[in-house]
Design a protein around this ligand. Structure first.
Ligand code: ATP
Length: 207
């Protein structure tokens, strides 16, 4: 489904998010106050606006509540990052993703209502570590200090076996809550569900 996104601030992170969303076939509006930056991305997004996102009228006129998600990708200017997140919240943007510089900054963003906080360097570091150790983990969300939800590529050993046969809860202490098979999602798969090649398992378990 084609979705609508707005990305504010086109540093390396914002630019990469915006261009990837556009390549994936979504509508992407970007805002940056630097003319050169806006011009350089013009052909790789749906709409590029040169404006100061700190001006409330700018955000108001965009109708942010109609976007599926707004990404605040300004990093260096903490004040702008926080104020823009706050304004987006007040303007009822349905889902706000904000980039944080530190854990303290992230806490402030969480308090003012950002729905998802990104720590690009920290998150990338964790992913790289998983990657280097050959783990199949694609993504994960911490749900508590000990428990996380993981997205894992089904290991070769699992292919053509049922969840019952694999008995992952006893063997690995994890429960499979869903299976992504292409564009299909099998929610709460039963013990007779057979794992196929390229399946992505969504599991909950201890770290
Ligand atoms: P990265 O690490 O992703 O490269 P960064 O954290 O260094 O980025 P910044 O350089 O702080 O990010 O800002 C990213 C972009 O945000 C810049 O292109 C800058 O022009 C833009 N920007 C900063 N303040 C505003 C503002 N008030 N309104 C619109 N754009 C802004």
């Amino acid at each position: 489904m084609r979705k609508q996104f707005v990305v504010i601030g086109l540093g390396r992170f914002g630019k990469s998010v915006a261009e990837t969303l556009f390549k994936l076939g979504h509508e992407v509006m970007v805002i940056d106050n630097n003319e050169h930056t806006v011009q350089s991305i013009m052909h790789n997004v749906t709409h590029a606006v040169q404006a100061d996102a700190l001006e409330e009228e700018t955000l108001k006129s965009l109708g942010v509540r109609n976007f599926d998600a707004a990404v605040v990708a300004i990093g260096d200017n903490l004040e702008a990052n926080i104020l823009i997140t706050l304004m987006l919240k007040e303007l009822k943007a349905p889902f706000i993703v904000a980039k944080a510089q530190s854990l303290q900054h992230g806490k402030v963003l969480e308090k003012i209502g950002a729905d998802k906080i990104i720590y690009p360097e920290k998150d990338m570091g964790i992913r790289l570590a998983h990657n280097l150790t050959g783990s199949n983990v694609l993504d994960f969300i911490e749900v508590s200090a000990n428990q996380s939800v993981y997205e894992v590529i089904a290991p070769a050993l699992f292919i053509n076996k049922t969840l019952g046969e694999l008995n992952l809860r006893a063997a690995h202490g994890v429960s499979v809550i869903a299976i992504k098979r292409g564009t299909r999602i099998i929610v709460a798969p039963g013990s007779d569900t057979k794992i196929k090649e390229k399946d992505v398992l969504i599991v909950i378990g201890e770290k």
